[in-house]
Design a protein around this ligand. Structure first.
Ligand SMILES: O=C(O)CCC(=O)C(=O)O
Ligand SMILES: [Fe+2]
Length: 263
């Protein structure tokens, strides 16, 4: 289980509250905030206190919270019509948000704030990739030390429908390479963005994406499924974990998402 903070102890976005979140994130990939119901302005304020807020192009998010370009509306229904989209599948695959940014700039913190919790389903799954690295034996660590995976923006599942002509106009890196073993201040962690070509480990063995995923994350203890309650925020470091929308939603589901770059 991951650390949690009861916001009723603070009631404001105080320095002490923000410091408690940051301290947890140095040790753990995820922090759960309970009894918290922020409005748009406050949610952005919390984001800004954690890092540099990211304003993604509209095409790369399901929708924006009106008037707040840094806040995404992660919802299975359209705000205007209100009807539930039965084909909704945003984030329905294991990923690290921000893996299309250049190395170093991919240290992205996500905040997801529950606003409407569905009557059933709609959990968010996590893999603790920091712990996954720590549990590897020495030989396996050496097998992947210095190995890189190439990420192409247009191969990212949620962006596949964005036309090439538009992808090329976005002022974002089109193709980047990331170390499979990431080193950040205070920790190392596995990083497995979606890559299309097989990658070679230091022994010359080739790994397709799914094969490597199954090999590195075979231990069920690395997985955590979060079942949302009202008035919660999950804060996580995308370089220490992977996540996935687990689907099976019954009814309406609305979360606000923001992202902050750690600098
Ligand atoms: O809907 C979810 O549970 C997660 C969606 C997601 O991948 C994201 O907001 O980055
Ligand atoms: Fe995501």
């Amino acid at each position: 289980m991951f650390p949690s903070i009861d916001y009723s102890k603070y009631k404001t976005i105080s320095e002490e509250f923000v410091t408690e979140i940051k301290n947890h994130l140095m040790e753990q990939p995820i922090v759960i905030l309970n009894n918290i119901d922020l409005d748009e302005k406050e949610f952005l304020e919390l984001t800004t206190k954690l890092g540099l807020p990211i304003n993604l192009p509209d095409l790369l998010v399901p929708a924006k919270v009106p008037g707040f370009p840094e806040l995404a509306r992660v919802a299975n229904f359209n705000q205007q019509q209100g009807s539930v989209d039965l084909k909704y599948a945003f984030g329905n695959y294991w990923h690290h948000d921000g893996n299309f940014w250049l190395p170093g700039e991919n240290r992205i913190i996500n905040l997801l704030h529950s606003k409407i919790v569905p009557s059933k389903g709609g959990n968010t799954g996590f893999i603790n990739t920091r712990r996954a690295f720590e549990k590897l034996d020495k030989a396996t660590k050496e097998q992947f030390e210095g190995v890189k995976a190439r990420v192409d923006l247009k191969n990212i599942e949620d962006f596949r429908n964005v036309p090439d002509s538009i992808v090329n106009q976005l002022e974002l890196p089109i193709s980047v390479q990331h170390q499979v073993i990431q080193q950040h201040a205070g920790f190392k962690a596995l990083y497995l963005p979606y890559y299309s070509d097989a990658i070679k480990d230091t022994s010359g063995k080739e790994w397709k994406h799914q094969e490597l995923f199954d090999y590195l994350f075979a231990d069920p203890d690395l997985f955590y499924t979060h079942c949302w309650s009202e008035n919660q925020i999950l804060v996580w470091d995308n370089t220490q974990c992977m996540h996935k929308a687990m689907g099976g939603i019954q009814g309406k589901r609305l979360l606000w998402r923001s992202q902050a770059r750690l600098i």
